[in-house]
Design a protein around this ligand. Structure first.
Ligand code: GTP
Ligand code: MG
Length: 196
C-alpha cells in the first residue's frame, strides 16, 4: 500500500476515546525501547510521525494513526519498563489488556522482539496471551542490523523455539529500521490481515 496521508487521530487512555467507525486496526506491542515507534515510522516512510526515543517509556498512550482512511496503526505503550511506578505500570497494563482483548476492529498484532536476545519472560507472556485471544500475530525480530546476516536463521529458530511458536497463528520476520529491511514483508502481512 502506498501511504499518502497518515495522521495521528488520538492518544487514548480509555475505551471511550477509541476512534469510531469500522476501519481495521493493527497494533504494535513489545518491550519499552524495542523499536515499535521506529517500525511504524519506517512502514509509513515518515520520520518522526510516531515519536521515538533512546529513553524507554516514550509512548505512554494508545496512539491511533489513521492510514489513508483504510487502516489504523495503534502504537501501544511498551511493557517491562522498570522506572515507572508500580501503580502506573498496572494502569498501563489494564489499558493495553482491555484494548487487545476486546477490540473487534483489531485484525492483527505485530509483536516486536529484539533480534539480539532470547525473548524475555514478558515477550513470552505477551505472545501466549495473544494466542489465547486468537489474534493473528506477526513476530518482528527487530534491530536485526545488529546481527550478522549469517545468523538470521539461528535467530529465527531461537525465537520460535523459545515462544513455542504456533505457525498456524503466527509468522516471523527479521526487520531493521536503521537499514530499512523487512518492511515490505511486514506490509504484506498486515495488508492480508487488515484486508486492505
Ligand atoms: P517506547 O515508546 O519507549 O515503548 O519505545 P519504542 O518501542 O517505541 O522504541 P523506539 O522506536 O522509540 O526506539 C527505541 C530506540 O531504538 C531508539 O533509539 C531507536 O533509534 C532505536 N531503534 C529502533 N529500531 C531500530 C533498529 O531497527 N535498529 C537499530 N540499530 N536501532 C533501532
Ligand atoms: Mg514508542
Amino acid at each position: 500500500m502506498k501511504v499518502t496521508n497518515p495522521k495521528l487521530i488520538i492518544s487514548a487512555v480509555a475505551k471511550k476515546q477509541y476512534p469510531e467507525g469500522n476501519l481495521p486496526e493493527i497494533a504494535f506491542v513489545g518491550r519499552s525501547n524495542v523499536g515499535k515507534s521506529s517500525l511504524i515510522n519506517t512502514l509509513l516512510a515518515r520520520n518522526g510521525l510516531a515519536h521515538t526515543s533512546g529513553q524507554p517509556g516514550k509512548t505512554q498512550t494508545l496512539n491511533f494513526y489513521n492510514i489513508d482512511e483504510k487502516v489504523f496503526f495503534v502504537d501501544v505503550p511498551g511493557y517491562g519498563y522498570a522506572k515507572v511506578s508500580k501503580a502506573q505500570r498496572e494502569q498501563f497494563g489494564a489499558m493495553v489488556e482491555e484494548y487487545l482483548s476486546s477490540r473487534d476492529q483489531l485484525k492483527g498484532v505485530v509483536s516486536l522482539m529484539d533480534a539480539r536476545h532470547e525473548p524475555s519472560e514478558d515477550d513470552k507472556l505477551m505472545y501466549h496471551w495473544l494466542e489465547y485471544y486468537q489474534v493473528p500475530i506477526l513476530v518482528v525480530a527487530t534491530k536485526a542490523d545488529k546481527v550478522a546476516a549469517g545468523r538470521f536463521n539461528a535467530v529465527e529458530s531461537r525465537i520460535k523455539k523459545s515462544l513455542n511458536f504456533d505457525k498456524d497463528t503466527s509468522e516471523l520476520i527479521l526487520f531493521s529500521a536503521t537499514k530499512k529491511f523487512g518492511s515490505e514483508e511486514v506490509w504484506q502481512w498486515l495488508e492480508k490481515k487488515a484486508d486492505v
